[in-house]
Design a protein around this ligand. Structure first.
Ligand code: SF4
Length: 222
């Protein structure tokens, strides 16, 4: 088991997640017709934050401002109050305001479309840039790796890596290209519902026969 199980595993997970709730940023993308600005800001807010909190914070912020110009006009304090209680809300509020200013000053008010340009924005790393490219620009060339994708790819034995950035590069080598845009949606949903960080629900997992459970020491009894 391992790399040869990648496609059967993705197919099984893709089918199983149809009945599960979508991750917050995916929902925001659908609700905003894939607006790159709101996908960018929601992804910035989502880091190390539960989906329900990200959804609430994004909704409050976007109700007051949903363009770079209107958001840049808010004070950092106001953004902090709107996005609280997302984790690191003070740092994220500063990044949001600074990223809006950069989009206005450096990119004519339009969220850039390339990895290199996106990475120049405050608070934006490869995870955020990849998600904007996949969800808002329909990129077929990127895999977005967050903590769920990193953890589950290792448990499944697809990769053996220490960091999300290493995982991203390793996944480009083992996942067939047509599946690249789906990896994030599939594994994030799986991570939130089944393959949880602590006590994964291996007994209820539809891919348990394809999974070597690398590094799993405790699992849910449910
Ligand atoms: S069998 Fe367990 S470790 Fe493997 S994907 Fe399923 S829940 Fe995760």
């Amino acid at each position: 088991m391992g790399i040869e199980a990648v496609v059967p595993t993705l197919k099984a997970i893709g089918k199983a997640i149809r009945s599960m709730e979508e991750p917050a940023v995916e929902k925001i993308a659908e609700e905003t017709h894939d607006d790159p600005f709101r996908v960018l800001i929601a992804t910035l807010l989502s880091a190390q934050t539960k989906d329900a909190v990200t959804a609430g914070a994004s909704a409050r912020l976007f109700q007051i401002a949903h363009t770079p110009k209107t958001m840049a006009a808010l004070t950092v304090r106001r953004i902090e109050r709107l996005i609280y209680p997302v984790s690191f809300y003070r740092t994220k509020a500063r990044h949001v305001k600074e990223a809006c200013r950069q989009i206005l000053d450096d990119f004519g008010g339009v969220v850039p479309r390339t990895m290199e340009e996106l990475l120049t924005l405050a608070g934006v790393g490869r995870k955020t840039a990849n998600l904007v490219l996949i969800l808002s620009h329909a990129s077929q060339d990127n895999i977005c790796v967050d903590t769920h994708v990193h953890r589950i790819s290792n448990r499944l034995g697809w990769v053996k890596t220490r960091t999300p950035d290493q995982t991203e590069q390793a996944l480009y080598r083992v996942v067939p290209r047509k599946w690249w845009p789906d990896v994030n949606l599939y594994l994030v949903t799986w991570g939130q519902n089944v393959c949880k960080p602590v006590f994964p629900r291996c007994r209820a997992c539809v891919v348990s026969a394809l999974c070597p459970r690398q590094g799993v020491t405790r699992e849910s009894r449910a």
